[in-house]
Design a protein around this ligand. Structure first.
Ligand SMILES: [Zn+2]
Length: 443
């Protein structure tokens, strides 16, 4: 079974996926088979209406699908903000039609959440290979300045025509490529959690994301140039990341690790570039991926057989001390107590900590060989991210040195997921490794 079929057969919410050159023509067929007898309404932005929305609308009508007047947003700098949720809710509440979202992150997320508000399924026609959220459940929406993930079902059907994806702005494809590369360190985080007995690897979502990942990442220049084969592999890889989450409802662990924490931290701190816009998800994750891969290189360079386990356990702060430190760290933020809760959720008792270090010491060869097989080196990653046009230095997204360093240190605290950052904190090397990165690749 190929990965797409494996993914579909394990998906709980998405039942149809078409990726390939020319598959836009299949939209009516997919719609009719998934939503028999239903009316359709195309939801798009002016830009995505021009590249595919109008054609989708016409194809549906020609195929005899009853279709409401399409809903086309016109704001030039439209983001996934609550005001659009209110606008689309108002429109959808006047029709029983199934929404056909034509777009990428923003259009998909608002259609996903509004369809859920109406108690209806929906489908999406992708216009850019820009992120892995197409078939993820949950929509990432900014409300009152705070970006959160709202619970809602993934699309029931997805159509991604590679010829359409090829027309997307180069920066969007570069974002998607970086979001796909993030699955490399994310997988390493799961390997560590698996070896330490913190969170065992579940083979099905693991294979959906990791099988074929390195192949899909091997042609960054071709992705940048819009080569159909490279884009197909990129789009499939991104879709599979979302499918893996459907196969692992516990969390986004299969597709997201420490590198995504960097992105979440920037979002929580409401980081914007000099132009007032937040960098794309993929561009944030691009920087996070380099951070995580660098931390893994430091771990691989450490001889774990010489760890002074007694000393490390002795100086491990108590839960109360850790929570107090966390409250001090986030005192001036919009979420002063949030991180303390996450720290508590993943706190290791001194006995657990000792056991983790003993495993790292006794199974060093196995751990390192699995990690080496999984990882890319930092220079490899930087070379490929540069080739696709993604940022490789904090300054590329307008992030200053101080804030970059602080983001690394703080991001360990904002999620209970066990990652390379937790290894570094427990080894007492978090600051040292961050400083080393700031004076080498991020100098
Ligand atoms: Zn992502």
């Amino acid at each position: 079974m190929d990965r797409v079929q494996l993914a579909l057969s394990n998906a709980t919410q998405t039942h149809a996926l078409e990726i390939g050159s020319g598959v836009l023509d299949k939209v009516p067929q997919v719609f009719k088979s998934q939503f028999p007898g239903k009316k359709a309404v195309v939801v798009a932005h002016a830009a995505t209406w021009a590249v595919a929305g109008e054609r989708v609308d016409t194809l549906l009508r020609q195929a005899g699908v009853e279709t409401d007047a399409s809903i086309v947003f016109k704001d030039a700098d439209m983001h996934a903000e609550w005001k659009y949720i209110e606008q689309l809710d108002a429109k959808l509440s006047h029709t029983g039609a199934v929404a056909v979202a034509v777009g990428s992150g923003t259009i998909n997320d608002i259609t996903k959440l509004c369809s859920a508000h109406q108690g209806r399924p929906y489908m999406v026609v992708a216009t850019a290979a820009s992120m892995d959220g197409y078939v993820a459940f949950g929509a990432s929406i900014t409300r009152d300045g705070i970006k959160s993930t709202y619970k809602c079902a993934a699309p029931q059907a997805v159509v991604a025509d590679v010829d359409v994806l090829a027309t997307a702005p180069a920066g969007m494809t570069a974002s998607g490529y970086a979001d796909l590369m993030a699955k490399v360190p994310a997988g390493a985080d799961w390997i560590v959690a698996d070896v330490l007995g913190v969170e065992p690897i579940d083979p099905t979502p693991w294979n959906i994301v990791q099988g074929g990942l390195h192949d899909a990442l091997s042609h960054p220049e071709a992705c940048r140039e819009g080569d159909p084969k490279a884009l197909q592999a990129l789009a499939e890889g991104l879709m599979l990341g979302g499918f893996a989450m459907q196969a692992y409802p516990a969390s986004s662990r299969p597709a997201s690790g420490a590198e995504h924490q960097i992105s979440h931290m920037l979002n929580m701190d409401r980081f914007v570039m000099p132009d007032g816009q937040a960098p794309s998800h993929g561009f944030q994750v691009s920087i996070g991926t380099i951070v995580s891969l660098f931390f893994y290189e430091q771990l691989l360079h450490t001889d774990l057989s010489t760890l002074d386990i007694d000393a490390l356990v002795m100086r491990w702060p108590s839960l109360e001390e850790q929570k107090e430190a966390s409250l001090r760290m986030f005192r001036k933020s919009d979420f002063p107590t949030f991180a303390a809760g996450e720290i508590e959720a993943k706190y290791s008792s001194p006995e657990e900590l000792r056991r983790h270090f003993e495993i790292m010491r006794d199974r060093q060869d196995e751990l390192k060989s699995r990690l080496r097989q999984q990882l890319l080196t930092v220079p490899q990653a930087i070379g490929r991210l540069k080739a696709v046009g993604a940022p490789v230095h904090p300054r590329d997204i307008g992030l200053g040195r101080e804030q970059m360093r602080a983001t690394i240190i703080r991001s360990q605290q904002i999620r209970r997921r066990y990652t390379i950052f937790d290894v570094a904190v427990r080894m007492g090397t978090m600051e040292e490794w961050a400083d080393r990165l700031m004076s080498s690749h991020f100098a």
